[in-house]
Design a protein around this ligand. Structure first.
Ligand code: FAD
Ligand code: 2HG
Ligand code: ZN
Length: 512
């Protein structure tokens, strides 16, 4: 029953993405705030302390930082600054605060809600040059890094020392730890290692007026007043620029297993999750679910690029799950996994499956899962919803959205005159987090009207969240009322205003 996984490759899709977006300011009803305009004196001031190659005004340098990963949002910034020290960040922000110049902090620019790029002419402050690993305590596993360290770099560095970073996600090769903390990224193993609100021990940040908040503690316990660092986790560049992070890292597991399983119903997915929690207990490190449409989209995206890959399973089951275990004793872990797999088959929950036999196969299975996000945009565009919902109704949302699109004759895989190519669902079942992606050939008002406010109303009705892990950014700032009441939103705005009285930090986003 448990065949060997085939080697699959999903990489190499990125190259063909073309720049196609209009300016955000022309696409959406948004008005420039009452900010100053950048002038020659400002540039002269920045030149007085920044290296010339860290101050960029060329169109080609700005094009890359003005547009987001999805190529959906496009700003019009005329200046990119790449400070190399905390004190340079501080001087930049102090000047912008005094002059009332708006700014956008930018990490790896992999955010999925339009938060990392300007809307109008905000100055882009990239953290790419703050990229040093500062220190590591080999006993406690506490790592302290500059905010611009790439997630994968930190993880590889840690693995050489017998540890791992407690966060992992598909954009790890580009996203920065500062960006991860600023978005409170969830990722593929939150189920096991918890949220950054738990693993981040300290934060250093520059406040909008240039003051430096030194909260770079490495203590696990510190009950001396309010835990201010928490305000920066998930703050999306709205209250300051994170320049340093210390984080508690777990030891690298000696034994990792990955299984890919086929199931015939969503009911079976839920029962299998319950079974996995009980049978695998402390070694369960990921429980991801993808639907058939998601797998078809990855497959079709590969074919579009003349690449072939064998699906993990022989049949296209309506639901497929990836289960990962991470433990310290391979014999013990395999016994537990096998017992779980036998049990799930005996109970007729799992109908087919493969277990990876080596590291290459583990990676290949993960690529099927991680490749969905990028593949979904290959038909011209994609509406991305990242929602928290109670598990029993999670896929009801996917079905309801697809039915609405089909009923209105807007979705077809084969008829290229229809705006929608496919509606897919996948996500982190273990965290109650669904990714609903509507893959479109073009962005149209008609499709948008079918999707919104329907999706948000569905979420509100089930007390879910309109943003489980990607944040608010520009995209969801108008949808917050579906997840937070007026009192909570007022409080968030008051905190933002207290830190940033001139509103220069990442305007038009996060909170209105
Ligand atoms: P950016 O995109 O550059 O910025 C994101 C936001 O943070 C912006 O508002 C920006 O202003 C702010 N910011 C960035 N750096 C700083 C800083 N130093 N100080 C203050 N503010 C800052 N997210 C998940 O949660 N889980 C996933 O599984 C996941 N998978 C992904 C897979 C792919 C293929 C892609 C493209 C994205 C994925 N994301 C996921 C979304 C994204 O949130 C993460 O990639 C990541 O956390 C963003 O980091 P970044 O450095 O690219 O930040
Ligand atoms: C994932 O889990 C990411 O793959 C991206 O959070 C989801 O692109 C998306 O919608
Ligand atoms: Zn995700």
């Amino acid at each position: 029953m448990f065949r060997l996984a085939q080697r699959i490759k999903v990489s190499g899709l990125a190259s063909s993405r073309s720049v196609r977006s209009l300016f955000t300011a022309d696409k959406y009803p948004v008005k420039r705030g009452n900010y100053s305009e950048l002038n020659a004196e400002d540039i002269k001031y920045f030149e007085s302390f920044l290296n010339s190659k860290d101050l960029l005004t060329d169109k080609k340098d700005l094009d890359a930082v003005n547009v987001d990963w999805m190529q959906k949002y496009r700003g019009q910034s005329k200046l990119l600054l790449k400070p190399r020290s905390v004190s340079e960040v501080s001087k930049i922000l102090k000047h912008c605060h005094d002059r009332k110049l708006a700014v956008v902090p930018q990490g790896g620019n992999t955010g999925l809600v339009g938060g990392s790029v300007p809307v109008f002419d905000e100055i882009v402050i990239s953290l790419a040059n703050l990229n040093k690993i500062r220190k590591f305590d080999d006993v406690s596993g506490t790592l302290t890094v500059d905010a611009g360290v790439i997630l994968q770099t930190a993880d590889e560095w840690l693995r050489e020392r017998g540890y791992i970073f407690p966060l992992d996600l598909g954009a790890k090769g580009s996203c920065q730890i500062g960006g991860n903390v600023a978005t409170n990224a969830g990722g593929l193993r939150l189920l096991r290692y918890g949220s950054l609100h738990g693993t981040v021990l300290g934060i250093e940040a520059v406040l909008p007026n240039g003051d430096i908040f030194n909260g770079l503690s490495t203590l696990r316990k510190d009950n001396t007043g309010l835990d201010l660092k928490q305000l920066f986790i998930g703050s999306e560049g709205s209250i300051g620029i994170i320049t340093g992070v210390s984080v508690l890292c777990p030891p690298k597991s000696n034994s990792v297993n990955v299984a890919w399983l086929g199931l015939d119903s969503y009911e079976a997915v839920q029962k299998t999750f319950k079974l996995a929690k009980n049978a695998l207990g402390e070694i369960l490190s990921s429980f991801e679910c993808v639907d058939r449409a998601s797998m078809e989209v990855v497959d079709a995206a590969l074919k579009k690029h003349d690449m072939e890959a064998q699906q993990p399973l022989e049949s296209m089951h309506p639901y497929q799950i990836l289960i990962e275990t991470s433990g310290s004793n391979s014999e013990h872990d395999e016994q537990k996994l096998n017992a779980f797999l036998e049990n799930s088959m005996e109970n007729e929950l799992v109908v087919d499956g493969v277990v990876a036999q080596d590291e290459g196969q583990i990676q290949a299975l993960w690529q099927w899962r991680e490749g969905i996000s990028e593949s979904s945009g290959k038909w011209g565009g994609v509406y991305k919803y990242d929602v928290s919902l109670p598990l029993p109704v999670m896929w009801d949302l996917v079905k309801a959205v697809e039915n609405r699109l089909i009923e209105r004759n807007l979705q077809s895989k084969t008829d290229s005159t229809k705006p929608v190519y496919a509606t897919i669902g996948y996500g982190h079942i273990g965290d109650g987090n669904l990714h609903l992606n509507v893959c479109v050939r073009e962005y149209t008002k008609e499709v948008e009207d079918v999707l919104e406010p329907f999706v948000f109303e569905f979420i509100a009705k089930h007390n879910g969240s309109v943003s489980a892990e990607h944040g608010v950014g520009f995209q969801k700032v108008h949808a917050l009322q579906y997840s937070k009441d007026a009192g909570a939103l007022k409080l968030i705005k008051e905190v933002k205003d207290m830190f940033d009285p001139h509103g220069i930090m990442n305007p038009y986003k996060f909170i209105e």
